[in-house]
Design a protein around this ligand. Structure first.
Ligand code: AMP
Length: 421
């Protein structure tokens, strides 16, 4: 396809587990989430080396069980951090892929097979993910994409932001701005422009972001003029969907022990297979009340099959869900805002699809309906696309006006209190 060069700008959510790219379509007068080559609107933030090719996204994650040592994920936990950082060391221990200490205490990812060794910096890995999103966007839009707005967590420090910028440049983007994820979510829902309907003359918005590996809660204050201030943030950068999967895996290991009198917990391949099936079952349980976990030839040729109910899943993860609500309470306390004074509650992140999480959050806010009309894993990219569109000048005038107000929002006073810092 011949591509025209234009100032098409995209919004990118470069997530720890998944990434997503979106763009404003003048023709349709709305944001569209751009599918990747496989037709999926979210792309796993995963890169692999199969001995011949570098694979990105779905292709990388799909071969992970057979090639765990050369499949890298969670790269956002490394970018801009030192190798010797205590948290990085803990992560490295838990990852099947190899990370070594490089010049200047920088981490370096190493892929190796019998004949080859390849090494990449975290920025290079991130740039491969960004490049693949760029390629999808160009194929979908039929033109070369130059500008991008990329979202980052509120807690990212200067170095993490700088390295994310570098990754964008390496991918061939002109990164017009990095914006904080909760602000992007608020933009997606147009909460800056909706009128303030209370006597305070500003409104309080809580963004509840529960993803695959991280949980972030942010309290925003939005004025009538559309200025957004981050009043408080909290959460846990080691809490998310992967923990819920692990609890299910533990449960399966016990059931297998009871039934077959065999312990699979030391067998890495069996554990990965179980993890894969448990994640799938977990997702099923968001839309059905019972499902089964099936693994052919789990261990010593024995198949595994187990029925699991939503109630059991909820019981297994009760403490994690409770913790999420405790973080919300703490964030409100830090921001000095009472829950009755929260005007909107926005949920983003794939794990907010879990009905129990939504129920607990709604109950905490005394029945307040949650903002969830945009797909939980697309909302952040959606907001970034609105922002990007304005910056590169291809939005409608009305929208431009709206986003202009938002550009003055950077005066964020962050009461930052992230657990495990
Ligand atoms: P994110 O980091 O926002 O991309 O979210 C990824 C996490 O969301 C993973 O742990 C997924 O297993 C989880 N997830 C995605 N869809 C669902 C679903 N329908 N129910 C429960 N968890 C889900």
């Amino acid at each position: 396809m011949s591509k025209s060069v234009g100032r098409t700008a995209v919004g990118i959510d470069l997530g720890t587990t998944n990434s997503c790219v979106a763009a404003w379509f003048d023709k349709h007068n709305r944001v569209e989430i751009i599918p990747n080559e496989q037709g999926n609107k979210i792309t796993p933030s995963c890169v692999a080396w199969d001995g011949t090719n570098l694979l990105v996204g779905d292709a990388a994650i799909n071969q992970m069980i057979r090639n765990p040592n050369n499949t890298v994920f969670d790269i956002r936990r490394l970018i801009g951090n030192n190798f010797s950082n205590e948290r990085v060391q803990k992560d490295i221990e838990s990852w099947p892929f190899k990370v070594i200490r490089w010049i200047g205490d920088n981490p370096m990812i190493v892929f190796e097979d019998k004949e080859n060794i390849k090494s990449f910096t975290p920025e290079e890995i991130s740039s491969m993910i960004l490049k693949s999103l760029k390629k999808s966007a160009e194929a979908y839009l039929g033109r070369i994409v130059t500008d991008a707005v990329i979202t980052v967590p509120v807690y990212f420090n200067d170095n993490q932001r700088k390295e994310t910028m570098n990754a964008g440049k390496m991918a061939g983007f002109n990164v017009v701005r990095l914006i904080n994820e909760p602000i992007s979510a608020a933009i997606a829902y147009g909460l800056d422009k909706s009128a303030v309907k209370n006597r305070r003359k500003t409104k309080n918005v809580l963004i509840f972001d529960l993803g695959g590996g991280t949980f972030a809660v942010s309290l925003l204050n939005i004025t009538n003029a559309g200025n957004i201030t981050v009043k408080a943030v909290g959460g846990d950068d080691n809490l998310g969907g992967k923990d819920f999967d692990k609890e299910m895996v533990k449960y399966c290991v016990e059931e297998f022990k009871k039934k077959e009198n065999k312990d699979v917990s030391e067998n890495a391949k069996a554990m990965r297979k179980l993890n894969f099936s448990c994640e799938k079952a977990k997702k099923d349980l968001s839309s059905t009340t019972q499902t089964s976990i099936e693994v052919d030839s789990l261990y010593e040729g024995i198949d595994f099959s187990l029925k699991i109910t939503r109630a059991t899943f909820e019981e297994l993860n009760r403490d994690y869900f409770k913790k999420c609500i405790e973080h919300v309470e703490k964030c409100l306390r830090d921001g000095n805002v009472q829950k009755k004074d929260v005007d909107d509650v926005v949920i983003v992140g794939g794990s907010t699809r879990i009905p129990k999480v939504q129920k607990m959050l709604m109950e905490f806010f005394d029945g307040k309906p949650l903002c969830k009309s945009i797909n939980a894993d697309e909302a952040v990219a959606y907001g970034a696309a609105v922002f990007a569109s304005n910056m590169s000048g291809n939005a409608s005038e009305k929208l431009k006006d709206l986003v202009h107000k938002l550009i003055s929002m950077i005066n964020c006073c962050v009461t930052f209190n992230f657990q495990n810092q």
